[in-house]
Design a protein around this ligand. Structure first.
Ligand code: F0G
Length: 400
């Protein structure tokens, strides 16, 4: 058989972002010494890819990904980078909704589920606002693992629940929000020996860092800014880590400013940023139309705030009205259909431009994290149902 990529695996260990503890144990996701978040630290890499503009997917960058087996893959990544007329600046959209399950989570899950298999685990679990569960269920099915999902009952978009169910996950709605679900699934995973695949898992974030690689691969340079929605705050941390690694290994000279966008009703990272803090004050009752980022106690907040400060970036907060307006503009004027949370990045771009934060000569990449079809009910609430008429030419012409 011909394999397209000679998979060369990097040397790495896990480091605690708080106490700097170093571990060679892939089964950890939290520092056993201080309870801090762990990060994969690449030690030695032997790069076997080139930034040649050929965007083919996550595993093009295998030589920077900490997996030692043939990965469980569904052809994730390789998403398009569209040039748009969304801003005064040069504004691109990287449409992560075009991943196999319809969200960026697939980049993380191909690595996370591969790690579960590598570790010999039989079951994976997550709490989710929807997309993580859809993606995890899909990759677990592919790997032949059992999948367990805790969701905030009644607060997850229908398309996402449908995916998790059809891919065979055991889906349980709890009477509580995402933060409560995450706390519960962490404890249950411990008791039941499930491999936890929320973004507290450092291997998942490794897959997501390939968004940075693809942006540089496609553009041929590092953009000035990355703008993306922030929920549990994993993705902004992962993408920044990707850029930092490129710099560390001498492939680029700079990193972009990281801009994290939150919804007004669920914006603890924004508030911490405003006050110059590196930790958040959890919000007990987060609420927003962008259910994917309806999170009051983001587990990766510290990594995200580090990314924002270290990159010279910022955090911005947008209203539900601004999110929906951005969703309509993106769909109606650019042909890019995204779910509300993803539109937060465009709403953030518009707000920053209005505030004069972005210079006209800047290149900005907005990450649209999930596909429009994920949340059809939100669309119907905004756009209404289609008009119905009798099946007659004149009737139809009347309403055209
Ligand atoms: N956009 C979408 C569409 C999401 O589903 C999520 C997170 C985010 C943005 C935020 O990413 O958590 O890395 O800051 N969804 C998670 C889930 C929480 O369970 O699907 P983050």
């Amino acid at each position: 058989m011909v394999t397209r990529y000679q998979l060369k695996h990097p040397e790495y260990d896990l480091r605690c972002i708080d106490c700097a503890g170093e571990y060679e144990n892939d089964a950890l996701y939290i520092c056993p010494n201080c309870g801090g978040l762990l990060e994969v630290r690449l030690k030695e890499v032997e790069l076997d890819f080139k930034f040649d503009g050929n965007i083919v997917g996550v595993w093009k960058y295998a030589s920077m990904l900490p997996v030692r087996i043939k990965p469980i893959s569904l052809n994730e990544g390789g998403t398009p980078l569209f040039e748009t007329n969304l801003g005064e600046c040069k504004a691109y959209v990287k449409h992560e909704g075009l991943n196999p399950s319809g969200s960026f989570k697939d980049r993380g899950m191909t690595v996370g589920v591969s790690k579960a298999v590598e570790l010999g685990r039989k079951a994976v679990a997550c709490a989710s606002t929807g997309n993580t569960s859809a993606s995890m269920a899909m990759y677990a099915a592919r790997a032949g693992l059992k999948a367990y999902v805790l969701l905030p009952a009644g607060k997850v978009a229908l398309g996402k629940v449908a995916q998790a169910l059809m891919h065979g996950a055991r889906v349980i709605g709890i009477k509580g929000n995402f933060d409560v679900a995450l706390d519960l699934v962490r404890r249950i995973s411990e008791l039941e020996n499930f491999y936890l695949l929320n973004s507290v898992n450092p291997f998942r974030l490794e897959g997501q860092k390939t968004i940075a690689f693809e942006i540089v691969d496609k553009l041929g340079y590092v953009p000035d800014r990355i703008i993306l929605p922030v929920g549990n705050a994993g993705n902004i941390s992962a993408i920044f880590k990707g850029f930092k690694e490129l710099k560390r290994f001498g492939m680029v000279d700079d990193v972009p400013k990281m801009v994290g966008v939150q919804a007004e009703g669920a914006n603890p990272v924004f508030k911490a940023f405003k006050e110059g803090r590196r930790d958040i004050i959890p919000e007990r009752n987060p609420e927003t139309v962008a259910t994917a980022i309806r999170i009051g106690n983001p587990v990766n907040a510290k990594k995200a705030l580090n990314a924002i400060y270290e990159s010279g970036g910022l955090s911005v907060s947008v209203s539900d009205r601004e999110i929906i307006e951005a969703q309509r503009i993106l769909a109606g004027e650019e042909g890019i259909g995204v779910e509300p949370a993803s539109a937060a990045s465009i709403a953030g771009l518009r707000k920053l431009e209005n505030d004069g934060e972005i210079a006209r000569d800047e290149t900005v990449v907005c990450i649209t994290t999930g596909h429009l079809l994920k949340d059809p009910e939100a669309v119907i609430r905004v756009c209404g149902e289609p008009i119905e008429v009798e099946a007659e030419i004149e009737e139809i012409r009347r309403v055209l």
